[in-house]
Design a protein around this ligand. Sequence first.
Ligand SMILES: O=P(O)(O)O[C@H]1O[C@H](CO)[C@@H](O)[C@H]1O
Ligand SMILES: Nc1nc2[nH]cnc2c(=O)[nH]1
Length: 291
Amino acid sequence: MHSKEQICHDDYQKTADWILSQTQHRPKVAIICGSGLGMLADALKLQDSFHYSDIPGFPQSTVQGHAGRLVFGELKGKTCVCMQGRFHMYEGHSLCKVTFPVRVFKLLGVETLIVTNAAGALADGYCNGDIMIIRDHINMPGLAGLNPLNGPNDDKFGPRFPPMSGVYDKDLRRLAKDICKSLGYSQFVQEGVYCMVGGPNFESIAEARFLHKLGADAVGMSTAPEVLVASHCGMKVFGLSLITNKVVKDYDDTEKVNHEGVLGVSKMRSETLQTLVTELVSRLDINNNTA
Ligand SMILES: O=P(O)(O)O[C@H]1O[C@H](CO)[C@@H](O)[C@H]1O
Ligand SMILES: Nc1nc2[nH]cnc2c(=O)[nH]1
């Protein structure tokens, strides 16, 4: 491994080769589980799982609600890999480390990335427990120059200047909305813009008002770097935010958000999210292959 900020192609390849030597599964879909949403992996059949600490080159999870396991298996016959726990910038990881698994997934043959997260609602019409299909994102650290693609570009993964329009796949969003309708979920499903901030603090009232005015519907501390790197290397992306709290935007509101509350709402909606993701994966147009 080179310096903390410089991970070279060989580093990703070594991790991918180790994984390929440990499991017969050859996933075309990767799922990143948000805070308290690790049970998405429980639906996988024929599981092979690895603790992050046993995977060469992998960062470690330090946040409650992020178990730190990579789980391979099948969802309705489609081979998937699931990250039970993601990495956040505020844990002290560089953005290259935060997004390390995404490039490893690319080298495993993954074509579609599904990201999930817990997020606070900025949009007035959103309620706790709502599921927001991510239409687009505002990457606040990215706008400030904190970008996982900083440094020499690796042309084997993608171009120096990748576009970020249309990154959240329109067909997958349409499919998800159809599935939600047929499952009877429509009344608590939204579609909107996710804003990533650095964290680990939650927003001040002035910050919340500012982000809302910018056009953000929900705010969290993850997702944008993973999506950016996935899109850079040509993956299709689909994202879901679980709305775990309303972000305080009113000076008379004495409500205070905390991580335990976030995990509580995640738990409450875990089965619903599992059903939605399973249905979506089952309807992806992909063929399985094994080692
Ligand atoms: O984005 P995920 O990993 O779901 O986690 C969200 O929940 C945590 C705060 O409760 C933050 O890490 C925020 O980003
Ligand atoms: N930044 C941020 N992240 C969250 N994750 C879950 N809820 C929130 C929130 O209100 N703000």
